[in-house]
Write a protein that binds this ligand. Structure first.
Ligand code: KG4
Ligand code: ZN
Length: 339
């Protein structure tokens, strides 16, 4: 260890995953994620259960991250934590834990915006190819769908966003209607691989400007299921793969249409994705085609860094540490934090 080495402990607890990561000079040495299976039986995240689970997970998760990285607590330079956006009860656990540990080790704590982190994860030193500025950031997760003009690490402007449901929420809600487990995004993705994406058609919402909408699709999907179940009570079981492929195509078409419009309007050909839905295999397949057609340079994080993880919090901590940006110990969680 040299005096110049920067070791960041990142902590993420904004929703239902408790995660801790250790980074050395921006390189991820460990990234431990504890998922909370308890929410599956409720078909969505139950905030009270999430914060209780964070409370019991946080110490073992941090402990594992340190062990796996071979870094000792007294070598850590600063602790980065998710300040928001997210669930209040969940954010409190990570924030207070980080501040308490920072105080006891007498090292700085650094607050991180979860949505910025989903994009800045591309700058971990483990990545072979990093995007250059400016680029169009597309954050697609269970809670957000945003299109962001990124001019520098911390110079971000929201060009548009969902007016209602997030794309991941649309995946999850549609999946629930056809009996899939929460989170349904990965399940729809898997079933769709065996289905015909052209079998069923759903309307595409027409939203002007840079915004997007998903709630109309969800309603159309519910009505479609209802009508078909009246004709055939086994409709869903008999057509599961085709239903998944068709609704997935609609959700991704909607997204790509907006990405195309915004990239032209803002003259941006580098498109950088972040958030859980960027794990979607059909999106990746479509992006290969779209990037050839539109001359895009597309960046999608490695699978481990798409859904919520602390490595992305750690890299933002690292970038802020280098700029001497720190938090005060009075920092409080901010469930609706914006840029
Ligand atoms: O970024 P994330 O882990 O948490 C939030 O910040 O919300 O994203 C979770 C979302 C869920 O809605 C989940 O269904 C979706 O990402 N997701 C996927 C896939 N993997 C995760 N959606 C579609 N296809 C996938 N393979
Ligand atoms: Zn997220």
């Amino acid at each position: 260890m040299s005096d110049k080495d920067i070791y960041i402990l990142g902590i993420e607890s904004s929703c239902d995953d408790t995660s801790a990561a250790v980074l050395k000079n921006g390189e991820v040495l460990s990234n431990i994620i504890a998922n909370q299976n308890i929410h599956k039986k409720y078909g969505g995240v139950v905030p009270e259960l999430a914060s209780r689970a964070h409370l019991s997970n946080i110490i073992p998760v941090v402990d594992s991250a340190l062990k796996e990285s071979n870094v000792k607590l007294n070598e850590i330079s600063a602790i980065a934590f998710t300040r928001g956006p997210g669930l209040m009860g969940s954010l409190i656990i990570g924030t207070e834990f980080a501040k308490g540990l920072g105080l006891s080790l007498n090292i700085p704590v650094i607050d991180v915006n979860h949505m910025q982190a989903h994009l800045l994860v591309h700058f971990i030193n483990n990545s072979k190819l990093k995007p250059t500025f400016p680029f169009l950031g597309v954050t697609i997760s269970g809670g957000h769908t945003q299109f962001i003009l990124v001019e520098d690490y911390f110079k971000m402007e929201v060009l548009g966003q969902t007016l209602d449901d997030a794309i991941g929420e649309a995946f999850d809600k549609c999946g629930k209607k056809i009996g899939l487990d929460y989170p349904s995004g990965p399940e729809i993705d898997n079933h769709a691989k065996l289905g015909d994406e052209y079998k069923f058609k759903f309307p595409l919402p027409k939203v002007k400007d840079g915004n997007i909408s998903y709630s109309g699709t969800k309603t159309a999907f519910i009505n479609f299921l209802h009508k078909n179940k009246i004709k055939n009570k086994d409709f869903i079981v008999e057509n599961l793969n085709d239903i998944c492929a068709s609704i997935q195509k609609n959700l991704i078409d909607n997204l790509l249409h907006k990405v195309e419009t915004l990239s032209i309007e803002n003259n941006l050909s580098r498109i950088v994705f972040g958030g859980g839905v960027s794990a979607n295999s059909y999106l990746k397949k479509r992006l290969k085609i779209e990037s050839n057609k539109n001359n895009w340079d597309v960046f999608i994080p490695e699978l481990e860094y798409t859904t919520d993880n602390a490595a992305m919090i750690g890299i933002v901590g690292h970038l802020k540490y280098k700029k001497s940006i720190k938090s005060s110990l009075n920092a409080t969680p901010s469930p609706r934090l914006t840029f």
